[in-house]
Write a protein that binds this ligand. Structure first.
Ligand code: BJ8
Length: 385
């Protein structure tokens, strides 16, 4: 049996490979692969994969292009929307640069209106997402929208999406979700052998790895290495840290300041992320035993996003993950001007209070100017737990 590399060596490898991700997209494009830009985890990944295409995430978390975006968009708008649009407008995001078509969904108002302008730069197809996951009409609408997306992709690329190709894509994406879930579960160990930034580095790596077997193998090896190191008493972790779950808006590099405030300044340990790109989007699998289009549509409709009303599954997820990860406290990260997450904060607070779990909401944007303030608030929160 081959010797396992150390977790440190594997994490370094993952960091290097992540830096090379834009080059991989360029190479794929040069080989003639369809490149589809997406904004949201509601986009059914399997439909893109089924024509041999790759999905690239266009959600951006950099402050840099925001000023350019504000030439067209209001200042008082969520930074995720402004940054993503600003990168496209200034043609400074390699993922947008290489994508042929963009798939959006009618999630929040700011995003869906921004797509109207994005459509001037690339063809944009917007899926009409129901505003609720409940009831037969919502399900019927989303199934029809998923079929419509299939037709759009087929006619745009002139290739047919077969049921066999869909089944293969479902199996592959489910495998990726299982690999990620097993990796996340390592942080259930007490003390957790992972830092929050390491957890995010791994989920980001898989997000841009195009579900390659090589990348899945690296994450499986890392999971085994961490478990093995623990068995041998070689963990890198510190004991007695308060275990924190992060929820709320999607995260990214500019929001690492929140994780640093919890772990480096506050002495806590982030053990779970409920956000998109993490547990929220990896937990549910597509049912491989059902007709593929139906199974895909039903699985994606149930993503517990705050854009849904009501959104009871987010509370169910929080109950479940707080138990599984033995969480001591929850930090809700809300981007400025994100109304859906801001409004939902009250019911999340109430729900967690009922479970006896301390909760704090922090509102922030992509600037780094509030790092000191975040650190003070989160320090006080961790001391209070
Ligand atoms: S499934 S969380 S990726 S919509 S933060 S742009 S909601 S104003 S990102 Fe999201 Fe899909 Fe939901 Fe996930 Fe609007 Fe809020 Fe900005 Fe947001």
């Amino acid at each position: 049996m081959a010797t396992l590399r150390s977790s440190r060596a594997l994490l370094d490898h993952i960091a290097d490979e992540s830096l090379a991700a834009p080059v991989r997209v360029k190479e794929a494009k040069e080989r003639g692969a369809p490149v589809v830009g997406t904004f949201c985890v509601f986009t059914p990944w399997e439909l893109v994969r089924a024509i041999g295409g790759i999905s690239v995430s266009l959600c951006s978390t950099s402050e840099k292009p925001i000023a350019a975006a504000e030439a067209h968009l209001p200042r008082n708008l969520c930074p995720l929307i402004k940054a993503s649009y600003g990168f496209a407008l200034t043609d400074t995001c390699p993922y947008f640069h290489f994508c042929d078509i963009v798939i959006g969904e009618t999630t929040c108002d700011g995003k869906k209106k921004m797509y109207e302008y994005l459509n001037r730069l690339r063809p944009v197809h917007v899926m009409q997402l129901p505003q609720t996951t409940e009831g037969e009409s919502a399900r019927a609408l989303w199934r029809a929208e998923t079929e419509r997306l299939k037709e759009v992709i087929e006619s745009f690329y002139g290739r047919a999406i077969t049921d066999d190709a869909l089944r293969e894509a479902i199996r592959l994406k489910n495998r990726e979700r299982r690999v990620l879930n097993r990796f996340f579960a390592v942080a259930r160990l007490d003390p957790s052998p992972l830092t929050g930034l390491e957890i995010l580095a791994v989920s980001d790596y898989l997000k841009c790895s195009m579900a390659s077997e090589e990348a899945l193998g690296v994450v499986e090896e890392l999971t085994e290495a961490l478990e093995e190191e623990r068995r041998r008493g070689k963990g890198r972790e510190a004991e007695g840290r308060k275990r924190i779950l992060i929820t709320g808006c999607p995260l990214g590099k500019s929001l690492h300041k929140v994780i640093r405030a919890v772990e480096e300044q506050g002495g806590g340990a982030v053990v779970a992320f409920e956000n998109c790109g993490n547990l929220k989007s990896s937990t549910d699998l597509v049912d491989e035993s059902r007709p593929p289009m139906e199974a895909i549509a039903d699985r994606y409709l149930h993503i517990p996003c705050s854009c849904m009303s009501p959104n009871p599954r987010r509370l169910e997820f929080l109950s479940r993950f707080r138990e599984e990860y033995a969480v001591d406290g929850v930090v809700d990260v809300i981007l400025q001007a994100c109304h859906t997450y801001a409004v939902e904060s009250f019911s999340v607070r109430e729900h967690l209070k009922g479970l006896g779990i301390p909760y704090i909401a922090v509102e922030t944007d992509y600037s780094q100017g509030d790092e000191g303030q975040l650190s003070t608030r989160l320090n006080a929160f961790l001391e209070m737990i």
